[in-house]
Design a protein around this ligand. Structure first.
Ligand code: SAH
Ligand code: MG
Length: 250
């Protein structure tokens, strides 16, 4: 069988040299030595139900995870083999269904969504995908719903209002197992978080909050965080034991 690929050429403008918020952007600068870095990505085209959802999302401007990010998460899920996932920001259910497809019948996914239209569509999609026993939607604002969530999770995916990531983090971090993975999506927010030149005035506060959030998760002593500049930017944070590791070295 021949595999189809979509070839996408991306031009990434690197960060202001005086503004080293993101280590990943520094790496880009070092490796390119120029002002513009070209990233060539080969993204396999998905088929089937997920593909239909991608088309729906595109046509209806629903911000589902980028293909590059879902490819990375697929690899991580195959390695980590999580069973329980907590997601903040369900939208039409695309990422939840994507996770469930990888994990299979043992998947236990809780996802939070406040937009009624999205909830309705997500329910329909989850049923069509055959995961209504695996995916539970908590309907309402994350601030209220997350405090009601019981138990521990192997992976937590934050993908909702970008100005509220620290609030979501505070509500979920104790529910993440030691050795668990926290994934935060859209951390570069169209490049605005990496570079002041991209910031539009009305997004200033959100950008400032996201930068503070990244600062926090990059310097948190029980997290090992990597900021990955693919898609709209994704942060991967591995959670160590809060009590310190075996060697006592932090
Ligand atoms: N994870 C999805 C995309 C989520 S888009 C995917 O990749 O397929 C972000 C969603 O978060 C939107 O549908 C929005 O309504 C929801 N959202 C944003 N802030 C929220 C909040 N505070 N509580 C609940 N849902 C929220
Ligand atoms: Mg997202």
């Amino acid at each position: 069988m021949t595999r189809k690929f979509r070839l996408s050429l991306k031009i990434t403008v690197e960060a202001n040299p005086y503004y080293y918020y993101l280590n990943t952007i520094k790496h880009l600068k070092m490796s390119s030595g120029g002002v513009i870095t070209q990233m060539l990505t080969l993204v396999p085209i998905k088929e089937g139900f997920l593909k239909d959802l991608e088309i729906y999302a595109e046509e209806n401007s629903v911000p589902i995870i980028h293909k590059e990010v879902s490819d990375l998460l697929k690899v991580l899920l195959k390695v980590q083999k999580p069973k329980r996932i907590l997601e903040v920001g369900c939208a039409i259910g695309y990422s939840s269904i994507f996770f469930a497809t990888i994990i299979g019948k043992d998947a236990d996914i809780i996802t939070v969504e406040r937009n009624e239209k999205m909830i309705e569509k997500a329910k329909e999609n989850i049923k069509l995908a055959g995961f209504d026993n695996n995916i539970t939607i908590l309907e309402g604002d994350a601030e209220e719903k997350l405090s009601q969530v019981q138990g521990e999770f192997d992976l937590i995916f934050i993908d909702a209002a970008k100005g509220q990531y620290k609030l979501f983090f505070d509500l979920v971090i104790d529910k993440l197992k030691d050795g668990g993975l926290l994934v935060s999506d859209n951390i570069l927010y169209k490049g605005m978080v990496a570079h002041d030149d991209f910031v539009v005035r009305r997004k200033k506060t959100i950008v400032k909050r996201m930068r503070n959030y990244l600062d926090y998760i990059c310097n948190c002593d029980y997290l090992s965080t990597s900021l990955v500049p693919i898609g709209d930017g994704v942060a991967l944070s591995y959670k160590e034991s809060k009590r310190g590791d075996v060697d006592g070295i932090k």
